[in-house]
Design a protein. Structure first.
Length: 95
């Protein structure tokens, strides 16, 4: 079931797309105010920081398994707007 999130975005589903990739699907509930490039440029650092600073069983599993996380954002008409891909080296803090 879709879950509305702040900022005019709705999470539609999350799925394992392979043994080492997990993908989140989001839809904008309003027209994006920026270009796809600007969106990726501002979103990737925020997602990276959130993953680095958040603890929990689910996130720890992704980190332990060195999963690639893919965040796909679609417009209201179902077209892919932008995709942010975080490799393990992007979000796992170096010790």
């Amino acid at each position: 079931m879709p879950m509305p999130l702040p900022g005019g975005i709705r999470m539609d589903k999350a799925e394992a797309v392979s043994k080492n990739e997990f993908k989140y699907h989001y839809t904008f509930t309003q027209t994006p105010a920026v270009t796809a490039e600007e969106f990726v440029r501002s979103t990737k650092p925020a997602l990276t920081l959130a993953l680095q600073s958040t603890k929990g069983k689910d996130l720890d599993m992704f980190k332990d398994d060195k999963m690639t996380l893919i965040y796909a954002y679609y417009t209201m008409d179902g077209k892919l707007f932008a995709e942010v891909k975080l490799m393990p080296e992007d979000y796992i803090k170096q010790k």
